[in-house]
Write a protein that binds this ligand. Structure first.
Ligand SMILES: N[C@@H](CCC(=O)N[C@@H](CS)C(=O)NCC(=O)O)C(=O)O
Length: 211
């Protein structure tokens, strides 16, 4: 979207939220300015009537564009890929494969997020933590095998599959998931971190509203 201004896109999110980070990452990688609204999850701001009017799920992220509020981070990535003409698969088979990775991320790789929540915020029972860590490990093992001989998840350049998965992996250690066990995943995450505008996941989004 050449000539897009910060007024065109408003992202509602939280800087510690992997789902929010991926949307911020996409906008930053695409060089698209956006207004940002910090939603104080710890104060329950996402459960207020004002926020529920934007998100029926009472969750971040939400992207507001041309009067439409869009929830579910991977749906937002697909929407942006279409609107911006960036970061989708290069061919119809690549686009089909990429969408399968987006589904897998929410089902399996997301266990890294659940492990981090259990450890950092919920003081969960050890058996609960172990359950999420085990499933997260299985997901990282699968990703590691897939990355053999590949630089990115689908095709030769970063796509929304990489953008969706990066925060889950980059924050996983905080949930006691030792990502170093999967060297191809480590190398892939380092490749993404080195792209302009990426860096550490907690620094992708501002810690207060902007714009
Ligand atoms: N599947 C959703 C998950 C969103 C989600 O879990 N957001 C968290 C922050 S990472 C949230 O808003 N949690 C508050 C709550 O569920 O009460 C997505 O990908 O957007």
């Amino acid at each position: 979207m050449p000539g897009a201004s910060a007024g065109d896109f408003t992202l509602y999110g939280h800087h510690e939220s992997e789902a929010s980070q991926r949307v911020g990452l996409m906008l930053r990688l695409a060089g698209v300015p956006f207004a940002y609204r910090h939603v104080d999850l710890f104060a329950g701001e996402h459960k207020t009537p004002a926020f529920r009017a934007l998100s029926r799920f009472a969750q971040v992220p939400v992207l507001l564009h041309e009067g439409t509020a869009i929830s579910q981070s991977n749906v937002i990535l697909l929407y942006l890929a279409d609107a911006l003409g960036r970061f989708d698969g290069a061919t119809p088979p690549a686009r089909l494969e990429l969408r399968q990775w987006l589904g897998w991320e929410q089902d399996m790789l997301w266990n890294t997020v659940l492990a981090r929540r259990a450890v950092c915020y919920l003081d969960a029972e050890p058996a609960v933590v172990a359950f999420f860590q085990r499933r997260a490990g299985a997901a990282l093992k699968l990703l590691d095998r897939h990355l053999e001989g590949r630089e990115f998840i689908v095709g030769a350049a970063p796509t929304i599959a990489d953008i969706a998965c990066y925060p889950d992996v980059a924050m996983a250690d905080q949930g006691g998931v030792e990502v170093a066990r999967w060297p191809r995943v480590v190398a892939w995450a380092a490749r993404l971190a080195a792209l302009p505008g990426v860096g550490a996941p907690s620094d992708i989004l501002p810690k207060a509203s902007v714009g």
